[in-house]
Structures are given as C-alpha cells and as structure tokens.
Design a protein around this ligand. Structure first.
Ligand SMILES: [Zn+2]
Length: 520
C-alpha cells in the first residue's frame, strides 16, 4: 500500500514536470489534429487518453469511482485502468472480449490516464477503421486516412444454388489472403478470416436460405469468425477466393443420398418392369395356326373332307369373332389361304408377332376309316406318354415329309432333345393347361362334340412357339357323322364360337392373374 502511494506521488510529480511534452497526430500525412500531452519515462512515451480521444474523434467515458477510461468506436470499447497493465477490448456487436497486457502500468493523472503510446497504438489499430502506429523517434501518432467504406472488408454474404450444390459468397472489398474454414460432421462450417472487419448487421440479419439454416458471426479484434449451420444435404465443402474477384467462396457439395438414388432407381426399374410385365400379360396378340395347307391336305375324311379346309374355315371364323369382340386383341394367322407353311415357320410367325397364345387347329383321324371314335382332343406340348398320343403326334409331325430337307431341319428333334425343348416350354405350360381347361369346358358347354380330354404329345408345331400353346383336334374326320358336322358351316361356327368363348375367358383370367400376382 505504501509503495503504491509513493509511486503515485512520484508519478504525479513526474507528469507534472513533463507535461509540456506533446506528440503530434498525423492523419493521412497531414498534421491537422490537436496535440497529445505526453511524457517519457525509461524511454517509454506515455500519452493522454483524453487527448487521443479528442484527436481521433473517439467517444470517451470516464468512470471516476474506478479510475477507468473507456474509448468508444461504433463497434469497439477500449478500456484502460490506472495502475493496471491490462487493456480490455470489447466488440459490442459480437460481445467478444479480449484482454491484452501492456509492458507497463497505465498511469492515472486526475481524470485522465496516460498510456504507453507505442503499445496503445496497436489497440487503436484494431478498433479504428484505419492504420494506426506510433513513431517513437518523432513522437508522432500516425493515422491512415479514415475511409469508413473501406473499413468493412466483408459486406455480406449470398447463397447461390449450383447444379451440384451451393456457393456461399462472402462479398469482400479487398483481397484477403488469410482465411480458413472447416466443415464438421455436426453440420457446422467454421470460417475464420484473419484481420477482416465485417458489416455485422449483414450477418445478423441474414435470413436462412437453403442450405444455410443459421449463421453466427463473431468479430474479434484480430479476425472475423463465422459459424454457418448447414442442412443435411451438404456433404463436403471447399473454401477459396473467387478467381474473378476478391470474394471468398465456400463451395458446398450436395450430398447424393445413396438410398434416395437407389430408391429412385428401384422405383423406375420397378415401374418399367411392371409396365413390361403388364404388357407381357396382355393377351393382345393371338396366333391362330390352321393346320396343314397347300400340298399338305392333312387327313381326309370318309366323304373326302380335307383337314386343311376344316382347319382354315374354323380358324377364320374364330379370328373374326376375336376381331369383332376383342378390339384390343390382334389376330395373327400362320396362313390365311390354302398354302403350305413349314411347321417351324409357323412358330417363327407366332414369335415374330409377339403372340401371347398359340392355337393350332387340326382335325383327327384313325388310321383305318370309317372308325367309331369321335370327339375333340386338346394337346399340350409334352413328349407323348401314351401310344395314342405318340401315334397322333407322329401323324401330325409326319407332315414334315412335305417339307424340303426335313431330315436336316428337324434333326435336332431327336427323342432326347425333344424333352429338352419341351422343358423350355415349361414356363408356359401352366397357362397352356389353363387355356386347355377352359377350352375343354367351353366345347362341352357349347357343342355336341364328345370330349376326349386334354392330352400331351410332342407336336413339332408347338415346339417353335414361345408362348402358351395348344394343339386342338376338333374332331374325327374318320367318323362319318362327325365328318358331316365338321364340314358343315353350322358345325364350324359352333366350334369357332366355343373357342372364342374360351379365348375371351382365358384373356380375362390371364390378365387378372397378373394383377393378382403383382399386387397391382
Ligand atoms: Zn393335323
């Protein structure tokens, strides 16, 4: 306590003795402002805070009870206290407080404080919008030109959307080299611009704009710090100076959400697949294959009725019924006239047309005629299991003898290979069976033709068609009574109508099967 008192007395005496000393204030090279009262002690020049405030047009507040002087700028408060080496700089905009230690104590002198000007100039340099330094040799406080517009280095920030993300543009008045930033996983980007002065209002008033949710600006005496909260779509960031100017740019790369991407992909693929499936499951093309033709008459009835003629007439009546009653279904014939068409060509025609159902129409016969057997048979493509099936298959298949090079063309249809070929058809067999069932019922309900059932045999003609397919033997031309019926327009119409009802029913069931199976 005693030491302090002594020191104060000495100080007063000293100040008193040296108050004639002054320092000039040089602003922007011109010696215009009032002088600053100073004194020198141990080569340190002390200056009056009141004179400094007056010379630089700073606000001043003196707290008599604490002996504290506060200098004010628009943004900062600079506080010094007598007998104390600490200077406190407050940023009133951000609330940031920085405490600096001077190499010597501030000296009280009545309602004024004397500060070491060389060191104090550093704080003035921070709080003033211009360069400030103290030239000890000439005892001059040198102040740069006051250029308030240029004091603000960063005037604001803009968010621009780009194809792959966003740009945050910090609008800058000068080329700033010392800046850095990093992005944290919690969604915050932390930016530091060293030595920058910022228009804090621009940041305080920043309205959230995607992807920026919030900004927290902080102006410290030595740097501007900006915390930017980003939404979750931002994946990574870059920071750089705009090559075309002084702006500082933070590039925000959008997060490509792999699950969203995959979902979109899946959705598109699913819709595409469904559309394809739905198309596949529309019974929009029906291929009618009238057996035999041209030089191949097929079997010939007791009264000379030719199988190829019966098959063609029933085929055309069926086709007309479909075309008239099922406008969305196209009918394709493997032949429309009395012409010869190879068995394998018939399958090709069906496939090329995108057929969804292949109906091969034939008439049956016993090797010896007349014969009592009568009735229709529906054949699915499978290796024949019964002798009768084999017999009929052999007979129907024997037409290949009418074809040129038939041995070569059907060489692959050895017994063993035929099993493999029919296995390839197993994808359709369920629907082939279903159509066979329906056709059987419709024939029973609508005609007086005997039902001889659904059978399996290895018909070459069915091999080539990649779709549900049946071979329909409408009846026996070797039975005179049935031959008469099959040769009659009324009989042919009856059978065609029964077949049409089967097609119509199958079409409905087929499309419903898909709707049910797919859940759509
Ligand atoms: Zn036939």
């Amino acid at each position: 306590m005693r030491f302090t008192i002594i020191f104060q007395i000495v100080s007063f005496i000293f100040v008193f003795n040296t108050q004639a000393q002054t320092s000039r204030v040089i602003i922007d090279g011109r010696d215009e402002k009032p002088l600053i009262a100073t004194f020198t002690e141990h080569s340190i020049v002390y200056g009056s805070m009141r004179d400094v405030a007056n010379a630089l047009d700073l606000g001043l507040y003196f707290a008599a009870e604490t002996g504290k002087i506060e200098l004010k700028t628009a943004q900062f408060r600079l506080k010094a206290t007598g007998d104390n080496p600490f200077v406190v700089v407050n940023d009133i905009v951000t609330g940031a407080e920085s405490v600096y230690q001077l190499p010597v104590n501030v000296i009280s002198a009545g309602n004024d404080l004397f500060v070491p000007l060389n060191d104090f100039a550093r704080f003035l340099d921070i709080v003033l919008p211009t360069d400030v330094s103290f030239e000890t040799a000439g005892r001059e406080l040198v102040v740069g030109e006051f250029r308030p517009a240029h004091h603000i280095d960063i005037t604001g920030m803009e968010v621009e959307e780009r194809k792959n993300g966003y740009l945050i543009r910090l609008k800058s008045n000068r080329s700033i080299k010392d800046f850095s930033g990093f992005y944290r996983e919690d969604g915050w980007f932390y930016l530091t611009i060293v030595g920058a002065r910022v228009d804090m209002n621009a940041f305080k008033n920043f309205a959230p704009k995607t992807p920026v949710r919030r900004v927290v600006p902080e102006q410290t005496p030595t740097a501007f710090q900006l915390s930017i909260q980003l939404n979750r779509e931002v994946h990574s960031t870059d920071i750089f100076r705009d090559p075309k100017g002084d702006d500082i740019i933070i590039a925000l790369h959008r997060r490509v959400d792999p699950t969203e991407l995959a979902q979109n992909h899946r959705r598109a693929a699913t819709e595409e697949a469904l559309a394809r499936e739905r198309d596949r499951w529309k019974l929009d093309v029906i291929v009618i294959d009238p057996g035999h033709g041209g030089k191949d008459p097929g079997t010939i009835g007791v009264r000379g009725t030719r199988e190829k003629d019966v098959a063609l007439v029933i085929s055309k009546k069926l086709g007309e019924l479909i075309e008239r009653n099922m406008p969305n279904t196209r009918v394709v014939y493997t032949r429309e006239t009395d012409e010869f068409v190879e068995l394998d060509r018939r399958g090709q025609i069906a496939n090329e047309a995108g057929g969804k159902l292949f109906i091969s129409i034939h008439a049956n016969s016993m090797p010896r005629k007349p014969a009592p057997q009568r009735g229709f048979e529906i054949y699915l493509l499978r290796p024949g299991r019964t002798e009768e099936a084999i017999r009929i298959a052999e007979r129907e298949n024997s037409v290949i003898r009418f074809e040129e090079d038939y041995e070569e063309r059907y060489a692959h249809l050895t017994d063993e290979n035929f099993i493999l070929v029919t296995m390839a058809h197993s994808a359709y067999i369920r629907y082939s069976e279903q159509f066979a069932d329906i056709l059987q019922n419709k024939m029973r309900q609508n005609t007086r033709v005997n039902n001889r059932g659904i059978r399996q045999a290895g018909f070459y003609v069915l091999v080539g068609a990649s779709m549900p397919s049946v071979l329909f033997e409408v009846g026996y031309l070797s039975n005179p009574d049935e031959e008469r019926f099959l040769a009659s327009s009324q009989g042919q119409q009856q059978i065609a109508e029964a077949m049409f009802k089967a097609v119509e029913r199958f079409s409905r069931e087929y499309e419903t099967m898909f709707e049910t199976a797919s859940g759509f």
